[in-house]
Design a protein. Structure first.
Ligand SMILES: C[S@@+](CC[C@H](N)C(=O)[O-])C[C@H]1O[C@@H](n2cnc3c(N)ncnc32)[C@H](O)[C@@H]1O
Ligand SMILES: [Zn+2]
Length: 268
């Protein structure tokens, strides 16, 4: 289902499948880990776009502690409950915590994940051998038009028109966003005037809202994990060493984890 990032024609395996190429002979080799890089060098805004290796490693440690497991379970339940989903994209998949949960729950579904961070995709591809991963921009998806039955996006940037374009008519888009009080106790420690997250949006141009749900629970990450949570997110204070020391001594006993799930579909 990948499309050439240069000319938008379908990319097909050539030879023994170690490379993909379009009819115009633009070719892309698979990396050792099995992913393919579909981000042309001239579209990179920086040398290392997206999450850097330290952020990716912090996110992996947080996910290994499973404090996002109730969210993964909710996401899987939501997607597994949809009928006729045989192809699914995780948009901005990071190191593939949710892809992994989806691959286990939906073994007959063709899963793919994209992220602009090579460090994230490298770890993702090592984790889930059955998922097809590409380094790519969410603002210009290397996907054919109407390629997918479902797209899920968990806290990642995206372009609405690209989401609509890549979905088959009548098919699904699940958007997961932080609810206003998500990580509130961490925010309260970091900022003099902590602010809630903005309420999640309720509409996406070109899509119809089918339903919404909330997931909220308390987690008890220790000081190291709190620091990893900070390191994997764009909190402004994380660069200050004195903050780290302070947080070691004032780790909150419980941290609110709060998310909103919005399910949309493209009109048939
Ligand atoms: C907050 S992380 C979420 C990762 C994953 N969905 C998760 O929840 O574990 C945001 C992700 O978006 C990726 N990202 C940032 N800009 C992007 C872009 N323009 N296109 C694709 N991915 C992007 C980052 O590299 C990062 O992995
Ligand atoms: Zn091409």
């Amino acid at each position: 289902m990948w499309a050439c990032p240069h000319c938008q024609l379908a990319l097909l395996p050539i030879g023994t499948g170690e490379s993909l190429a379009c009819a115009n002979r633009h070719a892309f080799d698979r990396a050792r880990e099995g992913y393919v890089n579909l981000l042309p060098a001239n579209r990179k805004r920086s040398l290392e776009p997206g999450d850097n290796p330290l952020m990716v490693a912090a996110r992996r440690r947080v996910h290994e502690a499973d404090i996002y497991r109730p969210l993964a379970d909710a996401l899987v339940t939501e997607l597994a409950g949809l009928s006729g989903v045989s192809s699914l994209l995780d948009l901005g998949c990071g190191e593939a915590y949710y892809c992994d949960a989806l691959a286990r729950a939906l073994p007959d579904c063709t899963l793919c994940g994209i992220d602009i961070s090579r460090a994230a995709i490298r770890l993702a591809a090592r984790r889930c051998r059955s998922v097809d991963f590409a380094v790519a921009s969410a603002y210009r998806l290397p996907l054919l038009d109407e390629a997918l039955d479902a797209i899920v996006r968990v806290f990642a940037p995206a372009d609405d028109a690209e989401i609509v374009r890549a979905l088959k008519p009548g098919r699904y888009y699940l958007e997961v966003s932080p609810a206003p009080r998500h990580l509130w106790q961490v925010r309260a420690l970091l900022y003099d005037k902590p602010r809630e997250h903005a309420p999640p949006r309720m509409a996406v141009p070109g899509l119809r809202l089918l339903g919404q749900a909330g997931v909220q629970y308390e987690a008890s990450p220790g000081p190291e994990l709190v620091w990893d949570i900070i390191s994997m997110t764009p909190f402004a204070y994380r660069g200050r060493p004195e903050r780290r020391e302070y947080l070691q001594r004032h780790t909150p006993a419980a941290v609110t984890m709060a998310f909103s799930l919005h399910l949309y579909c493209r009109d048939a």
